[in-house]
Design a protein around this ligand. Structure first.
Ligand SMILES: CC(C)(COP(=O)(O)OP(=O)(O)OC[C@H]1O[C@@H](n2cnc3c(N)ncnc32)[C@H](O)[C@@H]1OP(=O)(O)O)[C@@H](O)C(=O)NCCC(=O)NCCS
Length: 178
C-alpha cells in the first residue's frame, strides 16, 4: 500500500544559467567545493585577464563550475603545431545534478569563449583509468588524447581508518580544435 506521505513527484523543466562567476558568488561556490582560497585565486586570475571562471547556477545557487585558463597549455605544443591552446581545468558538478548534460554545457561554454577570443585549441588533463566517465564525456564532445600518461598531481587525504594516504593523479592530455 502507498503511504500518502511517501508519494513520488517530479520537478520538470528546472532551468539553469551558465555565466561568468562574480566575487559575490563566492559563498555559493563553497557548496560545490569548500575551498575559499581556490575560488579567490581563480577570481583573481579572471580579474587579471588570465582566465575565465564559468559557473552553472539554479536561482543564483552554484551547482557546478569550470576554470578556463587562457595561459598557453605548453605541454601540447607539438600536437597543436605550436598554435595556442587554452586549458579547461577542474570541471565539477555537484553529485545530485550529474548526468543531466550540465557538465557538457560548461565545456561547450569554454569552447565558445575560445572561439570568441580566437584561440585555436582547447585542451585538458584527465585521468583515463580513475575517471573514465569524464574521458568519455570529452570524447563525445570531440576531444582526442595526445602524448603520454603523466603524473598531474599528488594529493594527500585521510582514509576511513584515519590513515594519511597519497593519491597520484596520472593523466593524459586531450585537445580539440575550435
Ligand atoms: C565529469 C563531470 C563534470 C560530468 O558532468 P555531468 O554534468 O554529469 O556531465 P553530462 O551530464 O554532460 O554527461 C555525463 C553523462 O550524462 C549523459 N547525459 C547528458 N544529458 C543527459 C540527460 N538530459 N539525460 C540523461 N543523461 C544525460 C551524457 O550522455 C553522459 O553520458 P556518458 O557517460 O555516456 O558520456 C561530473 O561527473 C563531475 O563533476 N565529476 C567529478 C569531477 C570530475 O571528475 N571532473 C572532471 C575532471 S577531468
Amino acid at each position: 500500500m502507498i503511504n500518502m506521505h511517501e508519494k513520488l513527484y517530479e520537478i520538470n523543466a528546472v532551468s539553469y544559467q551558465i555565466r561568468i562567476i562574480k566575487e559575490s558568488d563566492l559563498e555559493s561556490l563553497l557548496s560545490v567545493k569548500n575551498d575559499v582560497s581556490v575560488h579567490r585565486d581563480r577570481l583573481c586570475r579572471q580579474k587579471e585577464g588570465k582566465a575565465v571562471y564559468l559557473g552553472a547556477f539554479i536561482n543564483n545557487c552554484a551547482i557546478g563550475y569550470v576554470l578556463l585558463s587562457l595561459d598557453n597549455k605548453e605541454d601540447v605544443m607539438l600536437d597543436t603545431n605550436h598554435e595556442k591552446c587554452a586549458d579547461m581545468i577542474d570541471l565539477l558538478l555537484i553529485e545530485p545534478l550529474r548526468n543531466y548534460g550540465v557538465g557538457s554545457r560548461l565545456a561547450l561554454s569554454c569552447e565558445e569563449v575560445c572561439r570568441e577570443k580566437g584561440i585555436p585549441y582547447l585542451g585538458l588533463d584527465v585521468n583515463p583509468t580513475d575517471n573514465s566517465a569524464a574521458k568519455r564525456l570529452y570524447e563525445r564532445l570531440g576531444y582526442h588524447a595526445v602524448g603520454k600518461v603523466h603524473l598531474d598531481g599528488v594529493y594527500e587525504y585521510t582514509d576511513e581508518q584515519g590513515n594519511q594516504m597519497k593519491y597520484e593523479d596520472w593523466c593524459i592530455d586531450m585537445i580539440k580544435r575550435m
